[in-house]
Each structure stands twice: as structure tokens, then as C-alpha cells.
Design a protein around this ligand. Structure first.
Ligand SMILES: NC(=O)C1=CN([C@@H]2O[C@H](COP(=O)(O)OP(=O)(O)OC[C@H]3O[C@@H](n4cnc5c(N)ncnc54)[C@H](OP(=O)(O)O)[C@@H]3O)[C@@H](O)[C@H]2O)C=CC1
Ligand SMILES: CCCCC/C=C\CC(=O)/C=C/C=C/C=C/[C@@H](O)CCCC(=O)O
Length: 331
């Protein structure tokens, strides 16, 4: 038998995520497998803000927290995945997984070549595809246009800003610390970087995008921040609603009045998305990301937490701004 540890939901996420939302459970997994089965051991796991959604009701209590991981096959009765194979799967927050149906449970994953495997959970995985498709498909940026990114030092936002630079745009990023702003401006090449906790968004955009000259807005944050950005948009501006992390922990945060007049007056196109919409095209995004990384046009940063026991802490850190770049758990 192999001892598996998994993080389960002890009580629903209501309000701020706290340590007592989580319960560590241990279970023995048999090493004697049936034909076709695999026993996998996690190597890297991811924490992402979306994991909070869907764990906010009582019927989720006791469930293993949802999410992807990169795992190594340690016992195999499946010729397609010999011992030592690396797989990506939606196995959740657990150290070991008995895969009964590999075709169904193992996700297609990017060809990594000599890139770090952890990127399969970041720039070469779901966050990278979120940035690539969520920005290029919905904002449709043109060279010379002005792009605003909220959550600009995070897993998704830091990639969006760099893609915008690759497309020849002027890029204005908002993040929550001076260090994050320094990183996105000096390392990633954003044209402007503002600490939204210190500089009001109206003041910032009057300086960086005067006379309502914002063409594209990629939103990770939502709330009144976004309501204000929409008053600085150019006619026919495009807004990609990626996330609303300012409301995930605290639903009492004001989100209105809804900016309908801004949308009407500037004839804006505002569209929300879930990245799975383009799942069938992820290979296209992976190819582009891989090329840009190799050319040095896309730089990535990982906020690595060592140890499975610290996974809840890493997750809570997302909502406190503790990460710069992609938050990853290294076993
Ligand atoms: N639509 C889709 O398919 C997908 C959507 N998303 C969404 O994209 C957004 C970013 O995700 P991801 O890149 O993984 O996470 P990040 O790596 O950006 O981490 C979250 C960051 O959000 C910022 N943040 C936290 N609370 C607040 C707040 N109250 N106000 C403003 N900023 C806050 C923090 O940075 P700071 O220091 O700047 O405050 C924190 O580091 C999320 O909203 C997520 O739900 C992600 C993947 C797919
Ligand atoms: C799916 C959650 C919907 C809640 C909406 C909240 C915010 C948007 C957001 O953050 C969406 C994230 C979507 C993430 C999808 C993650 C993985 O399941 C993708 C796995 C891909 C694969 O299996 O290869």
C-alpha cells in the first residue's frame, strides 16, 4: 500500500479563506493494479483563484479540493504510460492518485522539451492559455493601441502584458506592491505600472492614457476598479473579463453602479470568458508561448511553496497578494 495525503474541504468557503476550511486526510492506496491502471505521485501542484468557486456550499464539504497537478507514474500496468512518465491531470489536492481510466483522467499536455515541467501549470498550461486566448481573441489588440491589465503581476496578468508588448501595444499594469510594479515595468517591459493600493485608478489613467485613450482592458480583478477603468475607454474599446478576484473572498465589496452608461457612451465590447472555451485550440497557444519563451519575449516567474502541507497557505496567499507570477506547490 502507498500512503496518500489529500486536502479536503472541512467547511465551505464563506468570506475569507482560513486554515479551518481545510482538513488533511490520509488514505492507503493499493500498489497492486489492474490492467490499464497507473499509480501516480504528484511532483507539482497548482493553486488558482477559481478553486474557491464551487466550494462555497455545504455539499462540497468532505470533497478533495479540485485542481490540476503534474505527476510521475510510479507503478504502471499501462504500456502507454511506463514508470517514470510525466502526466498532467485534474487529480486535485492529493499526493498520490490511482488512475483507473488513463484515457479519461490524463489530460493532453504541452510538449515541454527542455522547459521546466512546472510551466505545464503556468505559461504552458491553463493560465498561459487564459492570457493567450482571453486577450488575443477578445481584445483583438492592434499595434499602437493602449492596453490596461489588472492583476498585472500575477500568473495570467503578467503574461497578458507581455503578449500586448509583443503585439506592439502601450501597456499599463496595476498590481498591489511596489516590488510587483518594479518587476512588471523593469523586467517585463510594461510602459506604466501603478500600485492600485497607493494610486487611484483615475489619477493613473489620466496620466498614462489621457483623454480616455484606453483601447483594451484585460480584467482579472473586477469591482469598482473595473467600473472606473471603463470610464477611460476609447470608443469601440474592447474589455475581456477574465476574473473578479476582488469579490471572491468578500462578496460585500461594492461592484456598482454597473457601468452601463460607460459601455453605451463608448460603444464598448465587454465579454466574459472561461478558458476552456478554447480548449481544442490550446496546442496553438502552447506553440506560441513556447516560441516566445525561447525568444526571451515572454518571461515567467514562479512563486514556489515547498511541501504539500503548505498547500492551503499558498492558496490563501493568492487572495492576500503574496505571490508574484504563478503560485506553484513543489512536492
Ligand atoms: N476566466 C478564466 O478562464 C480564468 C480566469 N482566471 C482569473 O484570473 C485572475 C487572476 O488569476 P491568476 O493569474 O491565476 O492569479 P494571480 O497569480 O494573479 O494571483 C492572484 C492575485 O490577485 C491579486 N488580488 C488578490 N486580491 C485582490 C483584490 N482584492 N483586489 C485586487 N487584486 C487582488 C493579488 O495580487 P496584487 O498584489 O496585485 O493584489 C494576487 O497575487 C483571477 O480573477 C482568476 O479567477 C484565471 C484563470 C482562468
Ligand atoms: C471553472 C471555474 C468557473 C468559475 C469562474 C470564476 C473565475 C474564472 C476562472 O478563474 C476560471 C478558471 C478556469 C479554470 C479551469 C481549470 C482547469 O480545469 C483546466 C484543466 C485543463 C485540462 O484538463 O487540461
Amino acid at each position: 500500500m502507498v500512503l496518500c495525503k489529500k486536502w479536503t474541504l472541512a467547511k465551505p468557503f464563506i468570506g475569507k479563506v482560513t486554515p479551518d476550511n481545510f482538513k488533511l486526510v490520509k488514505e492507503d492506496i493499493p500498489e497492486k493494479l489492474n490492467d490499464g491502471e497507473l499509480l501516480c505521485e504528484a511532483v507539482y501542484l497548482t493553486v488558482d483563484p477559481y478553486m474557491r468557486v464551487g466550494a462555497e456550499t455545504g455539499n462540497a464539504v468532505g470533497n478533495t479540493l479540485f485542481g490540476e497537478q503534474i505527476a510521475k507514474v510510479i507503478v504502471s500496468k499501462n504500456a502507454k504510460y511506463p514508470v517514470g512518465s510525466i502526466v498532467r491531470m485534474r487529480a486535485g489536492w492529493r499526493t498520490h492518485t490511482l488512475v483507473k481510466d488513463a484515457e479519461k483522467e490524463i489530460s493532453r499536455s504541452a510538449e515541454m522539451g527542455d522547459l521546466p515541467l512546472s510551466l505545464m501549470l503556468g505559461a504552458m498550461g491553463m493560465p498561459g492559455m487564459t492570457a493567450y486566448f482571453g486577450f488575443l481573441e477578445l481584445c483583438q489588440p492592434k499595434a499602437g493601441e493602449t492596453v490596461v491589465v489588472s492583476g498585472a503581476a500575477g500568473a495570467v496578468g503578467s503574461l497578458v502584458g507581455q503578449i500586448a508588448k509583443i503585439k506592439g501595444c502601450k501597456v499599463i499594469g496595476f498590481a498591489g506592491t511596489e516590488e510587483k510594479c518594479k518587476w512588471i515595468k523593469e523586467e517585463l517591459g510594461f510602459d506604466f505600472a501603478y500600485n492600485y493600493k497607493k494610486t487611484d485608478v483615475d489619477t493613473a489613467l489620466k496620466e498614462a492614457a489621457p483623454d480616455n485613450s484606453v483601447d483594451c482592458y484585460f480584467d482579472n480583478v473586477g469591482g469598482m476598479f473595473t467600473v472606473k477603468v471603463l470610464t477611460h475607454m476609447k470608443t469601440f474599446g474592447r474589455v475581456s473579463i477574465c476574473g473578479s478576484i476582488s469579490n471572491y473572498n468578500d462578496t460585500s465589496v461594492p461592484t456598482g453602479p454597473l457601468p452601463f452608461f460607460s459601455i453605451l457612451k463608448s460603444q464598448l465590447r465587454v465579454e466574459g470568458f472561461i478558458v476552456l472555451r478554447w480548449y481544442s485550440r490550446w496546442e496553438e497557444g502552447e506553440t506560441a508561448m513556447r516560441q516566445w519563451i525561447k525568444e526571451g519575449k515572454i518571461k515567467y516567474k514562479e512563486h514556489v511553496t515547498e511541501g504539500f502541507e503548505k498547500m492551503p497557505d499558498a492558496f490563501m496567499g493568492l487572495f492576500e497578494g503574496r505571490n508574484t507570477g504563478k503560485a506553484i506547490i513543489k512536492m
